[in-house]
Design a protein around this ligand. Sequence first.
Ligand code: ADP
Length: 359
Amino acid sequence: MAKRQPPPAPDAAARAVDASEHGDDGLVDRTLRPRTFDDYVGQTKHKDNLRVFVEAAKRRGEPLDHVLLSGPPGLGKTTLAHILAHEMGTQLVSTSGPVIEHKGALAALLTTKLQKNDILFVDEIHRLNPVVEESLYPALDESVFDVMTGEGAFASAVRITLQPFTLVGATTRTGLLTAPLLSRFGHVVRLDFYPPEDLAQIVLRSAKLLGVAIEQEAAHEIARRSRGTPRVANRLLRRVRDFAEVLGTGRIDLARVRHACERLEVDVAGLDDMDRRYLSVVIDHYDGGPVGVDALAAALAEPRDTLEDVVEPFLLQQGYVGRTPRGRVANRKAYEALGKSPPAGGGGRPPQADLFDEE
Ligand code: ADP
């Protein structure tokens, strides 16, 4: 499958509940980022397994097996990579798939940056250049890297031995990884959206770190409206804080959260204008679907990748829309969210396999 490069969503910066990183998120993410497993809220099953693998690797004095972290943006993949390095007591060297442009750049990274058992974190690993990806395989399998020296008749291969290291890859969609790369990960961790209780805990923790006074029920209200995503919860908290500081005493209570969310056009379920536009196109323009994602992208003037990576995962997980071989369909919940009555039969059509499979 061709590797696609999503341009930024035109109105991404305007969305309070967009999970992708923008504006000052990077800086704030770093401030609020948990450093240890104990600070990392939720995802208990994955956390407990990773704790065991880290402990086992440490006892053997070996690097951790390669780890793939997958899930929609803002769920804590980068955070987990940093925690793994911290818990292993090693360094984390961070890069991303598109940044490693050629084999030479990878060679420099592997030979000069990594110490024994360090973690190489590659964000957006599904966007690695195929030549770079192939030259990474021997490094992952046997800690060696093959370089060519000389040219023409004088060309010869030289094998460099590397320090053993762990690759931690992050991706929004495992399906875009090639089979040979996928098979090299010993652990594949698929992060799920967070339940509101966990997000409320994250909001309370972040409020404490930011020195913001917030009431319990206000934290729960922010959590409910955060699309199951810690980055969104943290951003909503900061936006609500702005309203509280400028229009109130600075203290965040339930009424303040409701008022701020109304101003930001984030509804009780965390759906914002973009989500509602998406649902409205499926329902009003395409009669509830099925509609292919390319048609939706054109109608919304959004890149397909933004829809698939940022907008759809939450709508699918929450059951607003369904995915069928012929495209997306609106479910009853989508009609209700827009205040419309579902068609007889409840909205959404049964999946039907046919020749036009677009997945
Ligand atoms: P991703 O790499 O998946 O896009 P990040 O790891 O950058 O997401 O997380 C975004 C922000 O959300 C981080 O700054 C961190 O503060 C917060 N966060 C993510 N996961 C958790 C968690 N489990 N507990 C507490 N905060 C979290």
